[in-house]
Ligand binder design. Structure first.
Ligand code: ZN
Length: 339
């Protein structure tokens, strides 16, 4: 059976997104780096002008070929800015005529194509593949030790996966379906979850600073991670602690780095079989006000000097929220305009 024009447009768009990943060496750079595709940096590296403006009647727009230029609104959250920029990048790479986008469908290749402009169908498919490629799912699933059968049907896990990939919960769910990681029925179940409920469970008595802010659940598997999100995000850090030998996570390093520790609890397993097992130290922390900075915690005996061999847990933060206007932060870094 011949492919429909929409199906052909999507295939061509996804192939173009993969080509850009490969041209910019993104699979290696992203999996060795922050774990999410820096869409704005990629646009800058391709030499395409990108500017953020307080657009109210559109999420983004791009200039027609052969001009090249992308504008994205400052009026929406970071995940939408990222997806919008990827959609506009799709228009540029696929050499479409100019576009002013009021609506962008994060379902990407799964959105119904009926009656929609084929260039929009293609740009949505490009964006979904560009922001959420299959290899990025595989990277995080492996790094976290998750399995499809035991973990990915759990909305808490999929929410944490979405934060690490810099995408909304919904678009992360659609990617699970389009990459055939989960079947339709299970993705439909995941999509019924109210994320606000997950956030309030994770944060204990504490809530993130606003409804679009997130709660990161971090464990030893996230050692060395760089978090990209919003300044109001909350961090829930869960680390095993060998308290039997007097080792404790030295959490003052967090305070010195400007974090507010809202809650600090230690719990032992009640299972007698696990007597002597490590305790679980759970911290809920608010990041420093500017949302940036690195911190390293050590697990040591309080009376002993720090040893290089002590277990440690390091985090880098880029919790700076949406782009605020003008050039992207990535462009300013690239052009040496930031201190
Ligand atoms: Zn468009």
């Amino acid at each position: 059976m011949a492919r429909s024009p929409a199906a052909s447009a999507r295939l061509e768009a996804a192939a173009a997104a993969k080509q850009v990943h490969s041209d910019l060496d993104l699979p290696r750079r992203v999996t060795e780096g922050a774990g999410l595709i820096d869409v704005f940096e990629a646009i800058g590296e391709l030499g395409i002008p990108l500017v953020f403006k307080p657009l109210t009647s559109a999420l983004g727009l791009c200039l027609p070929s052969p001009l090249r230029g992308i504008m994205v609104t400052t009026k929406r959250g970071l995940h939408i800015q990222r997806f919008t920029a990827a959609h506009e990048l799709g228009h540029v790479v696929l050499e479409h005529r100019g576009s002013i986008d009021r609506e962008i469908l994060e379902r990407g290749p799964l959105a119904p194509a009926g009656g929609r402009d084929l260039q929009e169908v293609a740009a949505d498919a490009f964006a979904a593949e560009f922001v959420l490629p299959r290899w990025l799912y595989r990277h995080h699933i492996r790094a976290q030790g998750w399995t499809v059968a035991r973990h990915l049907r759990n909305p808490d896990i999929v929410y944490q996966l979405s934060l690490r990939m810099g995408a909304s919960y919904e678009s992360t769910c659609w990617g699970l379906l389009s990459h055939q990681i989960l079947p339709r029925g299970e993705v439909d179940e995941l999509l019924k979850t109210r994320i606000a409920n997950l956030k309030s469970r994770l944060g204990g008595n504490f809530r993130p600073g606003s409804s679009w802010s997130d709660v990161w659940r971090l464990t030893a598997k996230d050692n060395g991670a760089r978090l990209v999100g919003n300044p109001d995000d909350l961090l829930r850090i869960e680390l095993e602690e060998s308290s039997g030998s007097g080792h404790q996570w030295q959490v003052d390093a967090l305070r010195r780095a400007g974090y507010a520790i809202l809650s600090d609890e230690s719990a032992f397993s009640r299972d007698p079989l696990h007597y002597g097992a490590p305790a679980l130290r759970t911290l809920i922390a608010r990041p420093p006000e500017n949302g940036t900075g690195a911190v390293r915690l050590r697990e040591s005996q309080p009376w002993a000097p720090d040893e290089q061999s002590d277990p440690s847990f390091a985090l880098g933060l880029s919790l700076q929220g949406p782009e605020a206007g003008g050039l992207s932060r990535a462009d300013r870094r690239r052009l040496g305009l930031t201190s």
